[in-house]
Design a protein around this ligand. Structure first.
Ligand SMILES: *Cc1c(COP(=O)(O)O)cnc(C)c1O
Length: 462
């Protein structure tokens, strides 16, 4: 399987190359040149298999040239062994024909563990083969950083540095980043906000001398390997509820569009997905775009669902590439316009193609809190704010087809918002109960590129 860039100007790569590269050299994102097609019988054969077995079958056609069957199976087994639920992604029923897919049983209690845990294993195998070492630097507003640290802690060929905005992540999020004891893990609290963290990261990638000297690599949500790992749970959920013999719909709390794009890939492979619904918070650039055809930046408003507080949605570029019939030149033009003018208008044909696949809804802060409170009465479930946004939008799209809402984080990861809505402070799962007793290890860093680069050079284990 070859991977092509959404901007059409970068070399085609293998899965392994695309995984280690992240962003394409023309600024685009990698997508598979063709999507494997599964028959009704292929999908039916997934019934009753373990999560790991389904993961192997779904991922193998995409990465089989890079990893042997034994390597892939072992990576998958290790990736999900630390999850706190035997089903990995269990389903609960909320209401007639409405189901919740719980994606928060991984080590950091958010769905990002599904992808990050497996890419930690795959990076390790790929690097060992090539005798290479890399330095992963990531910027996080909370969930990505802890998921990356959990995935890469203790691995031989990788140092991981995570930049987070000092004083602006929740206590649980911070402690998940600062309490791991392995010496390849480095939590850096930057004096600035999330945009400053992302800006410094970008500057490091553009400073080629530094980039090459430390073997800089990224694991942010545009990495194709992350999208691929998320395709798996669309299959396990749909098959559990009767696919391929009946259609299933999904609603996905969405920020950078990685999770919902994985649903699109599942659908393109042949999974009978009826509706694929984007749920946004008040940062609703995706909902506005689907509604009006105009994609326009509007500043970020801080919300009680911070993992969805985005100004632009980076993986949406992949959806545009598909909607424009894989026309890299057209996508390049849109992205240039976004950069220079802060927005663009989607062509009528592409907008119709997007609306064929995706529906959307937006949820206000008050509606999010009300949904958390009402859900406790309706089904007894305590939802995190992101999941509540999904459930709220899904309720507006219910019909004859079973609806699955993705629950993207555990309520205990956002205890303040949940307590404000319900009066109940959600407890951490038993296995993480001592998080607040573990010692923290963190370095405060100034918002200064050369100081940061010097620190990384000095700390990484060569
Ligand atoms: C990252 C995240 C999201 C958004 O996922 P995308 O793939 O960026 O759309 C939603 N909820 C939670 C809890 C997250 O951590």
């Amino acid at each position: 399987m070859r991977y092509i860039s959404t901007r059409g100007q970068a070399p085609e790569l293998t899965f392994g190359e695309a995984m280690l590269t992240g962003l394409a050299r023309d600024g685009g994102l990698y997508v598979p040149a063709q999507i494997p097609q599964w028959s009704h019988d292929d999908i039916k054969a997934l019934a009753g298999l373990s999560y790991e077995d389904v993961a192997y079958r779904v991922m193998q056609p995409f990465c089989g040239e890079t990893f042997s069957d034994a390597e892939l199976k072992e990576a998958i087994a290790k990736a999900y062994a630390g999850f706190g639920h035997a089903a990995r992604a269990p389903i609960k029923q909320l209401a007639p024909n409405h189901f919740l897919l719980e994606l928060f049983h991984g080590p950091t209690l958010a769905f990002k563990d599904f992808a990050m845990q497996i890419i930690g294993q795959l990076f390790q195998i790929a690097l060992a083969k090539e005798g290479r070492k890399i330095t992963i630097v990531g910027a996080t507003s909370g969930d990505t950083g802890s998921a990356a640290i959990e995935a890469f802690r203790g691995l031989d060929n990788v140092d991981v540095f995570i930049l987070f905005p000092h004083g602006r992540v929740s206590d649980v999020q911070r402690r998940q980043m600062t309490t791991p004891i392995e010496d390849n893990v480095h939590a850096l609290a930057l004096d600035g906000d999330f945009d400053d963290c992302q800006g410094k990261l970008k500057d490091m990638f553009n400073h080629f001398e530094f980039r090459d000297a430390v073997g800089l690599a990224g694991v942010n949500s545009i990495n194709w390997a992350r999208v691929l790992a998320q395709v798996v749970y669309y299959f396990t959920a749909a098959v559990t509820l009767g696919a391929p013999d009946r259609k299933i719909s999904f609603t996905v709390p969405t920020g950078n569009f990685g999770d919902i794009f994985a649903g699109y890939i599942a659908k393109s492979m042949g999974l009978p997905i009826d509706q694929l619904v984007i749920a946004t918070n008040q940062n609703d650039i995706l909902h506005r775009c689907l509604t009006t055809g105009r994609y326009e930046m509007d500043g970020v408003k801080a919300s009680i669902s911070p993992s969805m507080d985005i100004q632009i949605s980076s993986n949406f570029e992949r959806a545009l590439f598909m909607a424009y019939g894989q026309d890299g030149a057209a996508v390049t033009q849109l992205m240039d316009e976004l950069k220079t003018t802060g927005g663009f208008t989607v062509s009528q044909g592409a907008l119709e193609a997007l609306r064929e696949i995706y529906a959307s809804g937006r949820v206000s802060e008050d509606q999010t809190s009300a949904q958390i409170k009402d859900e406790l009465v309706r089904s007894g479930e305590l939802l995190c704010p992101h999941s509540a946004i999904g459930v709220h939008v899904a309720d507006q799209h219910l019909g004859a087809v079973p609806m699955v809402t993705l629950a993207t984080a555990h309520p205990a990861k956002f205890p303040d918002a949940v307590e404000a809505a319900t009066g109940i402070r959600p407890a951490l799962p038993e296995r993480m109960g001592d998080l607040f007793d573990r010692p923290e290890r963190v370095t405060r860093v100034p918002n200064d590129l050369s100081a940061l680069e010097a620190l990384i050079q000095e700390r990484r284990r060569v």
